[in-house]
Design a protein around this ligand. Structure first.
Ligand SMILES: Cc1ncc(COP(=O)(O)O)c(C=O)c1O
Length: 415
């Protein structure tokens, strides 16, 4: 058993205790640290670039990037200036600011399949609206999604059934990612009630190794939707802007009819987008889509600045380079300690699992010890890079992961 510096101190513990009294379960949702390795901090006080600090003052190189939104680094000066300039003018007004039109123009110019854009706040808003739009435009009900995929917390797709009704997902059918035959079976089941398919650009289900899309699968989905007159919806919420400045499948030449965006779009400012083709424009005018904060101007200004900066800074290539450095570093450390690991998904959205670790116990030791030495990774969910990570940061983080591997080796031996 390895002794790890106990870095979770009194401020975190005190906040957890107070939270227990006033927040159900002390915390909820995917940020609930009690779901992952013991010894990971729950509360954070600040962040800058690729660094975060917990409430006890411990510093970490951040490989979760707020679970995706932070793509240019925390507190990026250019984005903050754009947001601040809009804040001085106004944010939540009686109507949107000019930034709404500017952002829609920028997105339709950036994303090849997009003829129009609408905005919301969260990924769930965007995926759910796309699903509604597919149903509205086709007049059909059945939506196909991959088993294990996460599209948000709405009743049609919530990963648990607690508080949801079987009726809520009565018209949702499942297929296996990258398995066209399973899609055909679901399409046959949908019969003449087939409204659309919602699919992520690559498989990034929690607690599973990631899986890149098979181009034949992507093209097959497009052909199946075309043949049936159904909508192909890409859920870009997690992958967007890290694989391609436009849509994640643009290099494959596969264009969806609708796509859902959020997370990295505003470098941390709350914004989501639904993008679509002209064929879905009328339907998009018919559904009542709105929200008290959906038209707020500051996140739109931040999104404009973020998308421009991503292009100007050649963000995808920057993250590819640092992601490759991280992947190679982890591979050679694991080999050095005789540990079999799997690294999956794009290097910009990396994930690492250990062989013979079905319950993620090695991964938890690794995450806890790595955090104790100053790099924050997650044991069961994919990680994220930002353009703020430099090769020096990666090398520093690798000093922490080395300790993580050492701890796993000492506790579980080779293999
Ligand atoms: C692929 C995907 N779709 C949808 C969502 C839901 O987004 P949000 O949590 O902003 O509602 C997420 C969130 O992690 C996601 O990763």
């Amino acid at each position: 058993m390895v002794t790890v510096k106990q870095h979770i101190g009194s401020a975190d513990a005190a906040l957890r205790q107070r939270a227990q009294r006033v927040i159900p379960g002390g915390m909820y949702g995917h940020l609930n640290t009690s779901r992952i390795a013991a010894g990971m901090p729950q509360f954070f006080s600040r962040a800058q670039g690729c660094y975060i600090w917990d409430v006890d003052g411990n510093e970490y190189i951040d490989f979760m990037c707020s679970w995706g939104p932070i793509v240019l680094g925390h507190g990026d000066a250019e984005i903050e200036q754009a947001a601040e300039a809009q804040r001085q003018l106004g944010d939540c007004l009686n109507g949107p600011g000019p930034v709404m039109v500017e952002l829609a123009e920028l997105l339709t110019a950036t994303v090849r399949h997009a003829d129009w854009a609408m905005f919301a706040k969260n990924g769930t808003d965007a995926t759910s609206y796309c699903v509604a739009l597919a149903r509205m435009a086709t007049g059909k009900r059945k939506i196909l999604m991959a088993s294990g995929a996460y599209h948000g917390t709405a009743p049609w797709c919530n990963p648990t059934t607690a508080g949801m009704l079987p009726d809520d997902r009565a018209h949702v059918l499942k297929f296996r990612y990258n398995d066209l035959e399973s899609v055909r079976v679901a399409v046959a089941e949908a019969g003449d009630d087939f409204a659309g398919i919602v699919v992520c650009p690559f498989r990034h289900d929690v607690r599973f190794d990631q899986e890149m899309v098979d181009p034949a699968f992507a093209r097959g989905l497009r052909a199946i939707c075309d043949a049936a007159g159904a909508a192909l919806i890409i859920d870009e919420v997690r992958a967007a802007f890290r694989l391609h400045h436009g849509g994640s499948w643009e290099d494959l030449g596969v264009k969806p009819d609708l796509s859902a965006w959020s997370k990295a779009m505003g470098n941390g400012y709350p914004i989501a987008a639904m993008l679509g083709t002209d064929a879905f424009r009328t339907a998009a005018t018919q559904i009542f889509a709105t929200g008290s904060f959906w038209f707020a101007a500051v996140p739109m200004a931040a999104a404009i600045a973020t998308i421009k900066a991503l292009k100007e800074r050649n963000a995808v290539h920057v993250m590819e380079a640092t992601g490759t450095r991280l992947r190679e570093g982890l591979a050679s450390q694991a080999e050095h300690y005789g540990l079999a690991i799997r690294q999956t998904g794009p290097v910009q959205i990396p994930f690492m699992t250990f062989a013979n670790d079905p319950d993620f116990v090695k991964a938890e030791v690794f995450a806890r010890v790595t955090a104790a030495h100053g790099a924050y990774v997650h044991p069961t969910h994919n990680w994220f890079l930002s353009t703020a990570h430099t090769s020096t940061d990666i090398d520093r983080a690798l000093q922490a992961t080395e300790q993580g591997f050492l701890a796993v080796r000492r506790q579980y031996g080779e293999g």
